[in-house]
Design a protein around this ligand. Structure first.
Ligand code: COA
Length: 193
C-alpha cells in the first residue's frame, strides 16, 4: 500500500539516462511488456522531439510519461504508473506535467492513441480534455486491437486553461505539498500571474 509520506516527497522531473533501468521496470509492471533500455536511451539522447518525465519518490520511480513534439502538436507516447501506486492521482500528475511541458514547448494541442479496451487510461485522458476523434483499426500488432484517437482543444484556450486550473486544485487536495510542475521547466505562458 502506498503511504502518504512516500508521496509527500514526490517530484515530477525530466527523465535522465540514470533513470532508465527503473523506468524499464515500471513499464514492465504497468504494461506487462517493455521497451528495451536501448529504446529509452535513443529517445533521451537522439530523438530531439522526445520529452520524458518521471515521478521520483526520492527512493524509486513511481511512474513516467512522454510526449513527442510534432511540429505544433504534442503526441502523448506513454504514461505508466506501477499497479501498487495506482488510484492516488499519480497518473493525473504525469499527464498534468506533460500537458504543461507541451505548452511550454509551444505546442498548440495534444493528441494520442489508446487501446479501445483501456478504460482507465481513456478516463484519465478524458479528465484532461482529450476527446475521441476517430479509430485506427487493428493498430496494435500484438492483439490486433483498435486504437481510439484522442485530441484536446487548443491548450492555450480559455476553457482548456480553466480545466487545467480546476485539475490543479484537485491535485493539490489529492497530493498535498506535491508540485504539479515539471521541475526546472518553464511555467506555461497562459498559466502565469
Ligand atoms: C492509466 C494509468 C496511468 C492511470 O494511473 P493512476 O495513477 O491510477 O491514475 P489516477 O489515480 O491519477 O486516476 C486518474 C483518473 O483516471 C481514471 N482511472 C484510473 N484508473 C481507473 C480505473 N481502473 N478504472 C476507471 N477509471 C480509472 C479515473 O478517471 C481517475 O480519476 P478519479 O480517480 O478522480 O476517478 C495506470 O492505470 C497505468 O499505468 N495503466 C497501465 C499503462 C497504461 O495503460 N498507460 C496508458 C496508455 S499509454
Amino acid at each position: 500500500m502506498a503511504s502518504a509520506s512516500l508521496f509527500s516527497r514526490l517530484i515530477l522531473r525530466r527523465m535522465e539516462p540514470a533513470d532508465i533501468s527503473a523506468v524499464v521496470e515500471v513499464e514492465r509492471s504497468a504494461f506487462g511488456h517493455n521497451w528495451p533500455a536501448t529504446a529509452f536511451e535513443r529517445e533521451l539522447t537522439q530523438n530531439r522531439m522526445a520529452r520524458y518525465v518521471v515521478l521520483d519518490t526520492g527512493s524509486e520511480i513511481a511512474g513516467f510519461g512522454g510526449i513527442w513534439l510534432m511540429v505544433d502538436e504534442a503526441h502523448v507516447v506513454t504514461v505508466a504508473v506501477p499497479p501498487r501506486y495506482r488510484r492516488h492521482g499519480l497518473g493525473r500528475l504525469i499527464v498534468h506535467g506533460l500537458v504543461q511541458l507541451a505548452q511550454c514547448e509551444g505546442m498548440l494541442d495534444a493528441t494520442l492513441e489508446c487501446r479501445v479496451s483501456n478504460t482507465a487510461a481513456r478516463a484519465l485522458y478524458a479528465r484532461y480534455g482529450f476527446y475521441e476523434v476517430g479509430l485506427r483499426p487493428r493498430y496494435y500488432q500484438d492483439t490486433q486491437e483498435d486504437a481510439v484517437v484522442m485530441t484536446t482543444e487548443p491548450l492555450a484556450s480559455e476553457p482548456y486553461q480553466r480545466r487545467l486550473q480546476r485539475l490543479e486544485e484537485e491535485l493539490a487536495v489529492m497530493l498535498p505539498g506535491v508540485s504539479n510542475r515539471v521541475a526546472g521547466c518553464c511555467v506555461p505562458a497562459a498559466g502565469r500571474g
